[in-house]
Design a protein around this ligand. Structure first.
Ligand code: GLU
Length: 371
C-alpha cells in the first residue's frame, strides 16, 4: 500500500472534539465542518466510501446542562453526551444534506466491535449503508458505556471500525501533522516521521502524554489505533485537521505520518478468521457446494448437509466434506439451531422456515477461508 488517500476505496475519517467544537463556547465550528463536507462530497463523487467517526458530543452537550468550567465525572460526561449527540448529528445531517448526502448515525460500544455476533451485525449494517450511498456517522455510545466497557477515545474506536468493515484507509484528523521523534511543542530538534511500518517500542517512546483540554486522545491513543489498523491491513494517517479542507490537503500531499501495513484488509481479515478464532462447530457440505466455494462463491444453505456443534451467529465454524475432510473455515451467519433448520433449503425459503429474513449465505465469501 502506498502513502496516499488518492486510491482509497473505503475510508474512515476520525474527527476530534478539539477540531469540531470551540472549547470556550461549546459551539460547533460550522464553517470548518462545511469545508470538510465539501471534501467528503468530492470523495463520494469518485465513489470512495466514507465513514465518519466523530467526537464532540460531550464538548457540545455540557454547555446545555450547565456543566462547564471544571472536569466532569463519568456520569456527567454521559449526560452531556446524551444531549450533545443530538446537536452533533443534526449539524452533520444539515451540512452534508447541502451535498445531497444522507447521514446515518451509529453509536457503538467496545462490545459491539469485539463480540463476534455483534461485530457481524455492526459490520453488515455499516456496509449496507455504504452500499446505499449513505455516510455513516459513528460515535461511542457514551450514555450506556461504563468505565470497563468504554473505548474512552475515538482514535481506537475509529481503528476498530476500520478493522470491522475492512476499510483500506483510516485518517485521524488531529491538531498536529503527524508523529514526531519528540514533542514538537517543547521545541528542540523534533522531526516528523513520513512513514511507519511497525509500532515498535522505539516509536511508542516518541509519544508524549495526552495534551490538556477536553480531547481524550493524544499521541498514545493514536499509536494504539495504528496497531489495530496495521494488524487489520488498513493504512492510517495522522494528519492536521485544523485548516479548512483537511482531506483535500491530504490528497494534495500535505505533510502527515502514514502507517503502512504489510497486508491488504481482506487478507488480514481472512488471516484472523483462519488463525485467531477457534471453530465452535462445523458445517458439512455437498460436492456441488465444494465446487462453488472453490470458484470463490459464498456457502449457501442449499449446499449444507449437516451441522455439528452449538455455535452462535458470528462464531467460526469448520467447513467439512461428507467424508470428514476439513476444507476451510468461516464465520457462520446463523446460530447452530437456525443453520440446522435451513440446511438443504433454498435461500428464498429462509424467511418461511425461521420467521425472519436473514442473510442469503450461511457463510459469506468475505468471511470464508479455504485450506
Ligand atoms: N465520544 C466522546 C464524545 O463524543 C469523545 C471521545 C474522544 O474524544 O475521543 O464526546
Amino acid at each position: 500500500m502506498t502513502a496516499t488517500i488518492t486510491d482509497a476505496r473505503r475510508l474512515v475519517v476520525k474527527i476530534g472534539s478539539a477540531l469540531l467544537v470551540d472549547e470556550r463556547s461549546g459551539q460547533i465550528r460550522r464553517p470548518w465542518l462545511a469545508a470538510l463536507a465539501d471534501d467528503i462530497a468530492d470523495l463520494r463523487r469518485r465513489n470512495v466510501e466514507v465513514v465518519l467517526v466523530s467526537s464532540g458530543a460531550i464538548a457540545v452537550g455540557r454547555e446545555h446542562l450547565g456543566l462547564t468550567g471544571r472536569p466532569l465525572k463519568l456520569e456527567e460526561k454521559q449526560a452531556a453526551a446524551a444531549t450533545g449527540q443530538i446537536r452533533l448529528a443534526h449539524a452533520y445531517e444539515e451540512i452534508l444534506r447541502w451535498h445531497d448526502l444522507t447521514v446515518a448515525l451509529i453509536l457503538l460500544t467496545l462490545d459491539d466491535t469485539e463480540s463476534r455476533r455483534r461485530h457481524l451485525n455492526a459490520r453488515s449494517t455499516i456496509t449496507q449503508l455504504l452500499a446505499l450511498g449513505a455516510v455513516p456517522l459513528i460515535n461511542e455510545n457514551d450514555t450506556v458505556a461504563t468505565t470497563e466497557i468504554r473505548f474512552g477515545d475515538n482514535d481506537r474506536l475509529a481503528a476498530r471500525v476500520a478493522q470491522m468493515i475492512s476499510a483500506d484507509t483510516l485518517v485521524l484528523l488531529s491538531d498536529i501533522d503527524g508523529l514526531y521523534t519528540a514533542d514538537p511543542r517543547r521545541g528542540g530538534s523534533a522531526q516528523r516521521l513520513d512513514v511507519v511500518t511497525e509500532v515498535t517500542a522505539e516509536i511508542e517512546a516518541m509519544a508524549g502524554a495526552a495534551p490538556p483540554g477536553y480531547s481524550s486522545g493524544g499521541m498514545i491513543t493514536k499509536l494504539k489505533a495504528a496497531r489495530i489498523a496495521l494488524s487489520a491491513g488498513c493504512r492510517m494517517a495522522i494528519a492536521r485537521g485544523t485548516h479548512r479542507h483537511p482531506l483535500r490537503a491530504l490528497e494534495q500531499g500535505a505533510p502527515c505520518t502514514w502507517f503502512l501495513p504489510a497486508a491488504e484488509p481482506l487478507t488480514a481479515r481472512k488471516r484472523w478468521i483462519a488463525g485467531a478464532l477457534k471453530p465452535m462447530g462445523s458445517l458439512t457440505i455437498d460436492d456441488g457446494a465444494l465446487a462453488a466455494l472453490a470458484r470463490g462463491s459464498s456457502l449457501l444453505p442449499a449446499g449444507v448437509v449437516g451441522v455439528v456443534g452449538d455455535f452462535q451467529r458470528g462464531d467460526a465454524v469448520a467447513v467439512r466434506t461428507r467424508d470428514g475432510r476439513t476444507v476451510g473455515r468461516g464465520l457462520s451467519a446463523y446460530a447452530a439451531a437456525d443453520a440446522r433448520a435451513i440446511a438443504g433449503h433454498k435461500s428464498g425459503e429462509i424467511e418461511t422456515i425461521l420467521g425472519f429474513r436473514g442473510r442469503d449465505e450461511i457463510i459469506h465469501r468475505d468471511d470464508l477461508v479455504l485450506d
